[in-house]
Design a protein around this ligand. Structure first.
Ligand SMILES: C[S@@+](CC[C@H](N)C(=O)[O-])C[C@H]1O[C@@H](n2cnc3c(N)ncnc32)[C@H](O)[C@@H]1O
Ligand SMILES: [Zn+2]
Length: 122
């Protein structure tokens, strides 16, 4: 869909915790500056955890940072404390691209390419 993406190397059972979205834990007070810097390069790396904290996957992130957004995703995210779990929303076949709904907040500048004609902006 965009860039590298992440694809299932084996079948994944519904609800499995696949990976956590790793990254530096930063206070929301400082996240807008970082988000603006990344967005200038067209990328969203900062994931809002809760009202106080965000995770910046550009610093200490893992492969979860390459998972793309879809409006009809096969994964979902679950926040447990300050850990963001990416979980399977259904049984996923080997070879399928993993996606979740980013549920972005902010300016919504990036046109979504999840399917032809999608009108959403990330
Ligand atoms: C967390 S990164 C995802 C990894 C990125 N695709 C890569 O391989 O470098 C988020 C960025 O991917 C792009 N992206 C992810 N899902 C997208 C989608 N459905 N439509 C358009 N761009 C998308 C956007 O540029 C977004 O800022
Ligand atoms: Zn879409």
């Amino acid at each position: 869909m965009h860039g590298q993406g992440v694809f299932a190397a084996e079948p994944i059972t519904e609800n499995r915790r696949i990976i956590d979205y790793a990254g530096e834990l930063i206070a929301n007070a400082i996240s807008p500056q970082r988000e603006a810097r990344y967005l200038a390069e067209g990328c969203i790396w900062v994931f809002r955890v809760n009202r106080a904290w965000s995770r910046d996957a550009a610093v200490g992130g893992n492969i979860a940072r390459f998972i793309n957004h879809s409006c009809t995703p096969n994964c979902w995210f679950e926040v447990v404390g300050t850990t963001i779990w990416i979980r399977a929303a259904r049984n996923i076949r080997a070879g399928e691209e993993l996606t979740y709904d980013y549920m972005t907040v902010g300016d919504h500048t990036i046109p979504c390419r999840c399917r032809p004609g999608c009108t959403r902006r990330l």
